[in-house]
Design a protein around this ligand. Structure first.
Ligand SMILES: NC(=O)c1ccc[n+]([C@@H]2O[C@H](COP(=O)([O-])OP(=O)(O)OC[C@H]3O[C@@H](n4cnc5c(N)ncnc54)[C@H](OP(=O)(O)O)[C@@H]3O)[C@@H](O)[C@H]2O)c1
Length: 307
């Protein structure tokens, strides 16, 4: 595995992305961290806080909205040197209008969690600007967390057309439940990572779920009842029952996936069956669809129709 000295993190101004930036800055050998954020004011506040917390001046802001392809391309064009690693972390419930379509014809929740990162990785690879590892923030939702009311995404045939219907939201309809779409979006991206690992063997593609993490803003844009359940009730009760852990533990999983070569390219690591926290295991042993080459290729091909 090639050494990692510089890391770009999308969605680095808050939650797990910001905490990963903080922990990385304390790692020996890391000398540059790019904070890829959509909001300059929030990015500057995060940069100032990170500099003060870590005592290091190694953070650089990159303006990037992952739902806006032009902004991703412009951000990559401005990079002056190759980056060793990327954490594809921006994501979540897709804001106030998760089912609205972007200019690329995908739902906002899909663009935020998947398509923007596909465009980013393609740009970096095409310009030979990434040297070592790409880590995608997966989720246990991609194989279901029944204890949290999230069923396993149920692919009918795993065809290119089905993945396109996940991307443009037609599989779920205009009133689709963002929490359901979220699991399918994370599954699609995880399969895409598997296909990319086979196509680009010189780069590691590791999908790592941070696990159920309390105290982030991830559920802030959900409809009221769901927000109360997941954030306020769940956010307090779930840690007590071991169903959520701290942001420090969640972000540490990113660092493990990035820096520990035992996490293999093309694989998806997350909590054990049925759990959103605890030890991390290879998910291929939990759900065989995750390592099915045809399904991975179909997900990748569907994404190419939009990216
Ligand atoms: N928390 C969990 O329990 C959990 C579990 C499994 C997986 N994950 C995954 O972990 C990742 C981070 O989640 P989190 O809980 O830390 O969420 P969070 O606190 O809401 O942080 C999300 C970050 O992504 C940024 N972001 C959102 N949309 C963006 C866009 N269009 N362009 C650029 N940046 C954007 C946000 O920026 P703004 O501040 O500008 O909104 C914020 O910096 C997500 O991919 C999530 O799906 C989380």
């Amino acid at each position: 595995m090639k050494p990692i000295h510089s890391v770009l993190i999308t969605g680095a101004n808050a939650g797990l992305g910001r905490e990963a930036a903080r922990q990385l800055a304390q790692q020996k050998g890391i000398n540059k961290i790019y904070l890829a954020c959509r909001n300059r004011t929030k990015a500057e506040a995060a940069k100032a806080a990170l500099e003060s917390e870590t005592g290091r001046q190694i953070f650089e802001i990159v303006r990037m909205d992952v739902t806006d392809v032009a902004s991703i391309r412009a951000a990559v064009a401005e990079l002056s040197a190759p980056i060793d690693a990327v954490i594809l972390n921006a994501g979540g419930a897709g804001g106030r209008q998760p089912n609205s379509l972007t200019d690329d014809g995908v739902t906002t929740i899909f663009a935020t969690n998947v398509l923007g990162h596909v465009v980013l990785v393609d740009e970096l690879l095409n310009r030979q600007l990434v040297t070592s590892t790409i880590l995608y923030a997966g989720s246990e939702a991609a194989r279901g967390i029944p204890k949290m009311g999230m069923q396993r995404p149920d692919l009918t045939e795993g065809s290119v057309d089905e993945f396109m219907s996940i991307a443009d939201g037609s599989k779920f309809g205009a009133e689709g439940d963002p929490m359901q779409t979220y699991g399918y979006a994370k599954l699609t991206a995880t399969l895409w990572m598997g296909a990319m690992a086979r196509q680009h063997p010189h780069v590691r593609f590791v999908t790592m779920s941070p696990g159920g993490t309390a105290g982030t803003a991830g559920f802030d844009d959900l409809p009221l009842i769901k927000r109360i359940f997941f954030k306020h009730v769940g956010g307090v009760l779930m840690p007590l029952f071991g169903m959520m852990h701290s942001v420090e533990i969640g972000a540490k999983r990113y660092l493990d996936g990035l820096l520990n070569p035992e996490f293999k390219t093309g694989h998806f690591y997350a909590s054990q069956t049925g759990y959103p926290t605890g030890p991390v295991v290879d998910q291929a042993g939990i759900d065989e669809i995750l390592s099915d080459i045809t399904t991975q290729n179909n997900a990748n091909q569907a994404l190419r129709r939009f990216a």
